[in-house]
Write a protein that binds this ligand. Structure first.
Ligand code: 3SL
Length: 248
């Protein structure tokens, strides 16, 4: 009998331990804004990004001369080079550079998934290239929603639902779990206008209060990037680089 693969969604980081599986790709999602910013940086041609969980780790890299982006509670941390706005990373001068990033939830979630077979970065900004690639891999898939300070959020869930809607109908996958069905149905409700759908959501409100409406709109715009950032050791690199090295 043909082997079937599984898909699951960790609706918030505390559920990740229950959802993780062998032979899996973990897609880390922090739509507002870390994974959207990361995809944008790769689109600008960064060589690699180093996601770190704490400001102290970021400081060590900064002292060594690395460019560092840092955000807490939506605001940039002054001592560093950038915050977490995707617009800071839409910058051709970043081509070939290494950038360290630390954010409230997103970079922690990436580090939480470190032991998985493959860790990929997902956002609406790279949804098509990511979905096409995922469905062509013979692996289980776990969506890890970064949420907000350990809690569920809507934006990461609708993104997981959007990808599951695209790939989950493929017969290579087992029946969808309840969390897959839940995020898919959230996405179906959000699909027509994700920005309006999120109008009462906590992080959209938080970012609006910080005058970051433009960032929210950007992060909800599909396919601005053709990059799939993949974790290699403790660095995110372009998918192509991982496969190049596997072949040699
Ligand atoms: O939580 C995170 O990691 C950030 O993406 C939050 S913010 O959008 O930069 O406020």
């Amino acid at each position: 009998m043909e082997e079937k693969f599984k898909i699951d969604v960790a609706l918030c980081p505390v559920l990740y331990d229950q959802c993780k599986m062998d032979n899996s790709i973990v897609v880390v999602i922090d739509v507002l804004r870390a994974t959207s910013a990361i995809c944008t940086a790769f689109e600008s041609g960064v060589k690699e990004m180093i996601p770190v969980s704490t400001l102290d780790e970021a400081r060590v890299y900064h002292k060594q001369g690395y460019l560092v982006g840092a955000e807490r509670d939506g605001s940039p941390i002054e001592e560093f080079d950038f915050g977490n706005s995707p617009y800071s990373y839409k910058n051709p001068e970043l081509k070939g550079k290494s950038v360290v990033l630390t954010t409230t939830n997103g970079t922690k979630a990436i580090n939480m998934a470190k032991d998985a077979d493959v860790v990929a970065i997902g956002a609406f900004t790279n949804i098509s290239v990511l979905s096409e690639w995922l469905v062509n891999q013979d692996k289980n898939i776990v969506f890890l929603c970064a949420g907000w300070k350990g809690r569920f959020n809507l934006e990461d869930s609708i993104f997981a639902g959007a990808v599951i809607e695209r790939i989950g109908i493929n017969s290579k996958y087992d029946e969808l779990t309840d969390s897959c069905l839940a995020v898919k149905s959230l996405f179906i409700n959000a699909e027509k206008n994700p920005y309006n759908f999120l109008s009462s959501s906590s992080h959209r409100i938080r970012l609006h209060k910080l005058n970051l409406k433009k960032d929210v709109k950007y992060c909800l715009t599909y396919d601005q990037s053709t990059s799939i950032p993949i974790l290699k050791g403790d660095k995110l690199v372009k998918l192509e680089e991982v496969y190049e090295n596997m072949a040699s």
